[in-house]
Design a protein around this ligand. Sequence first.
Ligand code: EPU
Length: 422
Amino acid sequence: MDKLLIDGGIPLRGTVPVSGAKNAALPILIATVLAPGEHRLGNIPDLVDVSSMLSLLGRIGCPSLVDGDVRIDATRIAYREAPYDVVRKMRASVLALGPLLARCGEAKVSLPGGCAIGVRPIDQHLKGLEALGCRFELAGGYVHGRVDKLRGAHIRCDVVTVTGTENILMAAVLAEGTTVIDNAAAEPEVEDLARMLNAMGAKIKGAGTRRIEIEGVTSLHPAPGGYRILADRIEAGTYLVAGAITGGDVTAVGADAEALAPVLSMLESAGCTVERAPGSVRVARSGPIVPVHIETQPHPGFPTDMQAQAMALLSLGVGTSTIRENIFENRYMHVAELLRLGADIAIDGSLATIRGTPKLTGATVMATDLRASASLVLAGLAAQGQTEILRLYHLDRGYERLEEKLGALGARVKRASEGRGE
Ligand code: EPU
């Protein structure tokens, strides 16, 4: 297992290229199952989760080739199952449900179960797919769905769910008649999936809002000329916070200021200078970190996927900040580790109270999930002395070439085996 060693205290400066969005890549990769033929996808990040999705596609019978772009041959579907050993590694395998049901009339997906950030049920996925005519049985840890004919329906999600909306969307595109999804997730990644599906011949309107309308079509085809996925707003936001927390000046090239709006306004409130340009965002800080109050919400609210990173920043503020985590019930796993670096944070249910401290000090900490790990990297970059982050594999699920990108900004970061010291 790898660990990351960070010698902190260096202001990060320069430009960093933003990779393709993990949470757009995952649904878009599996959406290729909807149309026979060869698909070409551009800007797919090289991440462990992407490899897991490609291996799931391989298990289903859709081989892939990575030659800069990712090419997937979805001519034939041999199996209709996402087995436990794949789902266990990556919850997003549940996204196979909608496309397999739409293409084959059957799907068997291992139930994802909980994870470090919460229980994460899939009742809304099943409710939406049932409204389209699917029937489900739960047995042996699997959800087994069947459908003779998908028919459009009016679906109202009880909670806003990103992958739930995506699953319903991927089935509805091939349903007979019109489907409306109310209280849909409006995240930019849902919008990107809809854009790709439209390029494949689907008829979707309203993606990126709370109400999506889908007019079913009888068949889809690979997007002519391929499809290039959008930039990762969470990766971009993480590097911009790296500039902010170290008192540096970082430009994220490829970042979309609109998709990052709630994160950028938080950074401005915290005392940073933010420059928005077409295709890039720059964040610099020279003054103190001003306390702010944040509540995570579905898009366009403040993203839960940036909550841990914001907390690292605010732990060095000049007063008391608060964060309320409204999306996941257990997404404070990073707090105990931030305390080991000298942060002063108290948790009361979903509310975190962060009393700013003048400095953090390097220590050995343990990563527990992807974004928790990112917050520890950020804290380590600002801390005095060396920080050692164990269980680096969490970061490899979501950050492409992390050490290289941080190194190019001037950080002293290196990867080592957990068995060895420096
Ligand atoms: N929920 C239900 N029932 C459902 C589905 C969701 O109660 O059927 C609840 C969840 O338990 C949670 C809330 O609804 O409390 C929102 O969960 P959502 O379904 O939106 O999360 P997700 O689709 O499983 C995606 C991202 C996450 C991101 C969340 C929220 C992907 C592959 N994953 O997860 O990304 O945190 O949306 O924005 O898109 C990450 O990248 O680190 C990550 C965890």
